[in-house]
Design a protein around this ligand. Sequence first.
Ligand code: MG
Length: 388
Amino acid sequence: MSPNVSAVIVAGGAGRRMGTPKQFLPLGGKPLVQWSLEAFAGVAQVKQIVLVVPPKDFKSARALARLDGRIQLARSGATRMESVRRGVRAASPLADVIAVHDGARPLVASRTILECLRQARRHGAALPAVPAKDTLKRVRSARRAVWVEETPPRSQFWQAQTPQCYRREVLLEALRKFPADAEATDESQLVEKLGRRVRIVKAEETNIKVTTPADLAAAEAYLGRARPTNHSAGFGFDIHRLAKGRRLILGGVLIPHPKGLVGHSDGDVVLHACCDAVLGGCGLGDIGKYFPSRERRWKDVSSLKIAGKVMRLLKFAGAVLNHLDATVVAQEPRLSGRCGAIRAALASAFGLAPARVNFKAKTHEGLGEVGRGEAISCYAVASLSLPQ
Ligand code: MG
């Protein structure tokens, strides 16, 4: 049987600790619960996602359901366990495994989802957890005071997270056998009562449940660390004269031609335009600032060295280069047959996968100095991610 998972995402909370229902609060620019939906939608074996929400949230939930054809909605109940029951009732009978996830755990890693599904298939039930970090106290409340009763060994305690995953028949049996247990804070307790073993999957500390405003701030901080997504773009342009007796080097590739580009360095307009695009995206000026033509040490230097230094400047700025697109304009020589080689050379010079580089060549329709074959020019655009 091919893997067929139904995910039940419980987002029925009234938000008592947050002051407002938390599932639609914005996190990183989208509703909190959308992160969980996207995490499960990214797993191929998930064939159905049941989003359990209060009826008053149906309108917002319907907008989210349009994101992916696998999402359907179910009404939440008065308690978490009742919401889980309703979600499981809506789960497909074709599912071999059912994953129950808190809609308020937006940062669950796909690694954790996949491992919990795998272990649930093997053992019947599995849940993600992290070892308890704080020393735990068993307490006794007496009137208005709370007293320490004893200190159990911390190593015996792990903090349970979600998705809690079960073979479908195991979860259905637990829910059927203990219909009145509304107090259980997770379904795993019911499965344990069946006498079944529940496998623990060591998970990430970042898979937090967002319950208080402080949790929301922590989730924002984790997200910011995970993806520095200040998008940026840079533009570059360069032109050099052609003259006899010079080597023609474009994008670091030697092109056989009776003329080459005149410049203080090797005159590689393609690398110069690309370097300016990268520096521009970082807000670092242009290559003239770092490689002044009055300095002898840059005389006739390979522009690949300049590109190397530009990449060090980019790394120092904490930026990441995502994509590079360049257009060289040359009347002669015809460069269309050279585009693949130049693209590969640019990918190597800027540390990018070839799929993240584009390179094309055009003529200038015989117009102007480039059209008369007196010069070659190049335009380049770079897209980058900057640290926040
Ligand atoms: Mg130049």
